[in-house]
Design a protein around this ligand. Structure first.
Ligand SMILES: [Fe+2]
Length: 124
C-alpha cells in the first residue's frame, strides 16, 4: 500500500512541478500584465500543491522527489515561447482537467481542495 502511495505522491509532485514551470513560463511570455499576474498566482498555487505532496512523501520516509519539469512540459514551454501562449493554452487546459479528475479520486487532495484549484485553472 505504501509503495502505491509513494508512486502516486511522486506522480503528483511531478504534475505540480510541471504546472509551476508552465505557469512561470507563461507569466514571462505574456505581455498583458494582468494575465501575467494571474499566471504567477497560478504558479504559486501549484508550488503550494507541490510542497503538500513533497511533505506526504517525506512522511513516508522518502526524501527523493522529482525536481525538474518533464520533457512534455519542456516542449510545451518551448512551443509557447516560439508561437505565443495561445498556442499552448488548450493543451494546458486539458491537462488541468485531467489533474482535477485525478485529484477528485484522491482523499488527501479532496481534503486540501486541490481538485477545485485545478478545475479553476482549467477554466482560466
Ligand atoms: Fe496543482
Amino acid at each position: 500500500m505504501n509503495q502505491d502511495d509513494r508512486t502516486r505522491y511522486r506522480t503528483n509532485v511531478q504534475a505540480e512541478i510541471d504546472g509551476v514551470a508552465l505557469y512561470r513560463a507563461l507569466a514571462a511570455i505574456e505581455e498583458d500584465e494582468n494575465l501575467s499576474g494571474i499566471y504567477t498566482r497560478m504558479a504559486d498555487t501549484e508550488e503550494r500543491h507541490a510542497d503538500f505532496w513533497r511533505e506526504k512523501l517525506r512522511d513516508l520516509g522518502e526524501d527523493s522527489a522529482p525536481t525538474h519539469p518533464g520533457w512534455r512540459t519542456r516542449i510545451l514551454i518551448a512551443l509557447g515561447r516560439a508561437f505565443g501562449p495561445q498556442f499552448i493554452l488548450p493543451t494546458i487546459a486539458s491537462r488541468e482537467q485531467l489533474d482535477s479528475a485525478r485529484y477528485r479520486e484522491q482523499a488527501e487532495a479532496r481534503r486540501a481542495g486541490m481538485s477545485g484549484d485545478e478545475s479553476r485553472h482549467a477554466r482560466l
